[in-house]
Design a protein around this ligand. Structure first.
Ligand code: MTE
Length: 324
């Protein structure tokens, strides 16, 4: 696993031109049938465009409409096989191979998400109400795990902030809390109390609104495999991987900082912020270096995982040793 060569696939090869043509065609269909207008009228401001078979398109193996993003890194991608077989998803077990091995019974469809708390539009929404296929973007991000390994993954998703705004958070909404599904019959790891279930995470509102934060429904142009957090998971690339909560069923706008699973489990080791920071070591190991999966030599870990230009200002004036 650790000795494989990095993939030779170039980012430009991920989204073939045919996909772009499909996307244009899809947009034309939406406009010509007036589907978008009808839906905006029935759910003002919430749904931008849900076409007749967006369910089929989101659930199909290949995601049909993907636009490129300026936020993507051009670094070599971690091979698909590594991204989908070396995982952390404790609901399926604690070994890196457990998620792919034990997630076959998990049913990611149909799926709905409850929106609660400080917002004008709480409710329970179908996955397809969140995301229309034509809104999807490629986002090639570095993922830095707290265990000092990293990958480069071509996610497919939508900006989290755009989605949250549609629920019209009130001025009291200072944080956003996320919850993973609880299904011990489909997730064997939940029958053991290695962590407190369900898995919960949270972001400060300005972090959630930062354009780098996305909700992902796919990777490598395909629907998310179960082991990677199907059908919808968070990706916050400047934070340690455990903030990127998988298989989300609830999003709550809150006034107070919400509890987070790893902080509950070991408060001295995992803080609320969990920003990638080579200057602040984990109590039991250094965070100065990381091993990119597939590389032999370790590389220096970058402040905010290399995204300092976009996010350092969020933490101006904060003591990051205290708020780790
Ligand atoms: N979300 C849930 N619900 N349960 C988990 O165990 N593991 C986290 C995060 N999200 C985890 C989770 C950790 S530690 C990491 S590094 C990333 O998912 C791994 O994502 P990946 O397996 O898609 O690479």
């Amino acid at each position: 696993m650790l000795t494989r060569k990095p993939s030779a696939i170039k980012p430009s090869e991920i989204t073939p031109e045919s996909i772009y043509r499909q996307r244009r065609k899809f947009m034309q269909d939406v406009v010509s049938t007036g589907v978008a207008g009808a839906l905006v009228a029935s759910f003002p401001g919430l749904i931008l465009a849900k076409d007749k078979d967006s369910t089929a398109k989101l659930a199909g193996e290949n995601l049909s409409a993907i636009g490129k993003s300026p936020y993507s890194t051009g670094e070599p991608l971690t091979p698909f096989d590594d991204v989908t077989t070396y995982n952390n998803f404790y609901e399926f077990g604690t070994d890196k191979g457990d998620p792919v091995r034990y997630s076959g019974q998990f049913k990611p469809r149909p799926w709905s998400i409850a929106i609660e708390g400080e917002c004008a539009r709480p409710g329970v929404y179908d996955l397809e109400d969140f995301i229309a296929p034509h809104q999807l973007e490629d986002r090639i991000y570095r993922l830095r795990c707290v265990e000092a390994w990293s990958m480069v993954i071509p996610w497919v998703g939508i900006p989290l902030g755009d989605m949250l705004k549609r629920f019209e958070p009130t001025s009291r909404a200072r944080y956003v809390a996320f919850t993973t599904v609880y299904r011990p019959d489909e997730m064997p790891g939940q029958k053991r109390s290695v962590l407190q279930w369900p898995y919960v995470e949270g972001l400060r509102m300005d972090e959630a609104m930062n354009p780098l934060s996305i909700l992902s429904v796919g990777l490598y142009g395909k629907v998310l495999p179960n082991q990677n957090g199907a059908p919808i998971r968070l990706i916050v690339p400047w934070k340690y991987g455990y903030k990127s909560i998988k298989s989300i069923v609830k999003i709550v706008f809150t006034e107070k900082e919400p509890p987070t699973t790893w902080n509950i489990s070991a408060p001295g080791e995992y803080g609320f912020y969990s920003n990638v920071n080579p200057e602040v070591n984990h109590p039991r190991w250094s965070q100065r270096k990381e091993r990119r999966i597939g590389d032999f030599f370790k590389r220096e870990t970058l402040m905010f995982n290399g995204y300092a230009d976009q996010v350092a200002s969020l933490y101006a004036g904060m003591d990051l040793h205290k708020h780790f």
